[in-house]
Ligand binder design. Structure first.
Ligand SMILES: [Zn+2]
Length: 329
């Protein structure tokens, strides 16, 4: 065979040889030729390294694809973890909000039940002290109302004074009101005016047992008019003052806040604070004393004693809107 033709044939067989797809006879022939022919040997070497390069490239491609898949997988894992964290945080907050709403609702519920319980008392004094400050006018007042109750009879003693920022004090009217359960009548003693007014048929003010405790409108309204989720806008905290722990339920708005202080052990309302910033500040403190009222505290016959002998007496019938008698003693 002509050298060129043989070389041509050997080169032609190269891919088959490299892939080990040639017969033993061809293999012998090729290898014999490669010992003698520099040119073909070079050709085979080149082809082999090209193949290796191809194989390397494939490997690199595979590796690249592998890394890429790994990256996607990592990315997916990262996304999964992020979503899990976000969901956990949301669940945490929702559960937190539900717990807080239930907690606040529970405190209101217990306080409401306490009010219902107080309404059944036959002997108590409810002391209500109010401080009001007008933050614009720099003035204000303090009032105290003591509600005495014993076996269906009331005596309400109201006193108060102005607070002036120059520290001067103006006394407000002091009055004593006598009432009874299931009655349309009342007697009011105006200490400063030295007058006693007997009102008949008040009509719209018929006292029922326990009505005095309707004064706690904040808790009563929540219980009657709101759902658990109305508690969303409220915060609740425990505060300890002088060894007594209180639940402080607070509502905050742009320029206003209100706090209801409830004794943790008795669930009675002890304080209500509200402030409209740069406008007014109002604080009402409550105290309830049980079984301290005596017959003397609610006895109207004291009105006939010497202490009141100089007082003018008015008889007022609200059903006719007439003052039908003014009696001067
Ligand atoms: Zn050759």
């Amino acid at each position: 065979m002509d050298k060129n033709k043989e070389c041509y044939l050997i080169k032609d067989l190269a891919p088959a040889y490299i892939d080990n797809m040639v017969s033993i006879e061809s293999k012998d022939l090729i290898e014999k030729h490669l010992i003698d022919c520099k040119d073909c040997k070079e050709y085979y070497n080149n082809m082999n390294s090209n193949i290796f390069q191809d194989i390397d490239k494939e490997k690199t491609d595979d590796l690249y694809e592998f890394n890429h898949l790994k990256k996607i997988r990592n990315h997916m894992n990262y996304l999964k973890i992020s979503i899990l964290i976000i969901i956990s945080v949301i669940i945490f907050f929702v559960v937190g909000i539900i717990i807080k709403c239930n907690y606040t609702n529970h405190v209101f519920e217990m306080s409401y039940n306490k009010i219902e319980e107080l309404k059944n008392l036959d002997n108590y004094v409810l002391i209500q002290k109010t401080t009001y400050k007008d933050l614009k006018e720099r003035s204000g007042f303090e009032t105290t109302a003591n509600y005495y109750y014993k076996d269906g009879k009331y005596k309400v003693v109201s006193t108060g004074n102005d607070i002036n920022y120059d520290n001067s004090i103006d006394e407000l009217d002091t009055s004593i009101t006598y009432m009874e359960d299931d009655s349309l009548n009342k007697i009011v003693v105006f200490e400063d005016l030295k007058q006693i007014a007997y009102y008949y048929n008040q009509g719209f003010v018929e006292m029922k047992k326990g009505d005095v405790f309707e004064i706690f409108t904040d808790v009563i309204n929540y219980k009657r008019n709101y759902t658990k989720f109305s508690m969303l806008g409220l915060s609740i905290k425990k505060k300890k003052i002088d060894g007594i722990t209180y639940y402080v339920i607070r509502k905050d708005m742009d320029n206003f806040y209100k706090e209801i202080w409830i004794n943790k052990d008795t669930f009675t309302i002890t304080k209500i604070v509200e402030e409209s910033y740069n406008n007014y500040y109002r604080e009402v403190n409550y105290e309830i004393l049980v079984n301290t009222v005596t017959e003397n505290d609610i006895d109207t016959s004291t009105l006939n004693t010497d202490r009141y002998k100089d007082y003018k007496v008015n008889y007022i019938d609200n059903s006719t809107q007439n003052i039908w008698g003014i009696k001067e003693k």
